[in-house]
Design a binder for this molecule. Sequence first.
Ligand SMILES: [Zn+2]
Length: 123
Amino acid sequence: MDSRDDCDWRDGREFDEIYHILGTQWTAPTLVLPARCPRCDTMTVHLFFHRNPYNDGKTGGGWAWCSQCRGFGHGLWKIPEWWLDMPDLPDNALLFAPIIMDQIAKRIDAHWNRVRAAYRHQV
Ligand SMILES: [Zn+2]
């Protein structure tokens, strides 16, 4: 089995540093993705939110992962006001592990940077 197989994503306490980057996003408005990984020191951290349409969209899923060291965190989040769901997200992308998301990480980063910058210009 290839070492970069889909199944090699890992979550757990040792990756909390990566997951915590997602939680700082209300106070770090200038963060541009990809971000530096606190574990492997490469610019390979990606962040993503997706609103749950069944609870008025105020909460949803949040993901943070590093493409290099393959650590991730995922959980239920209060979605930040500035976030807009990615319109062209593949149907199968919202898995627990960021298997599909990592394959489109460049598009996800571009989306994040675009909506984040658009919000900054409103305030
Ligand atoms: Zn890393």
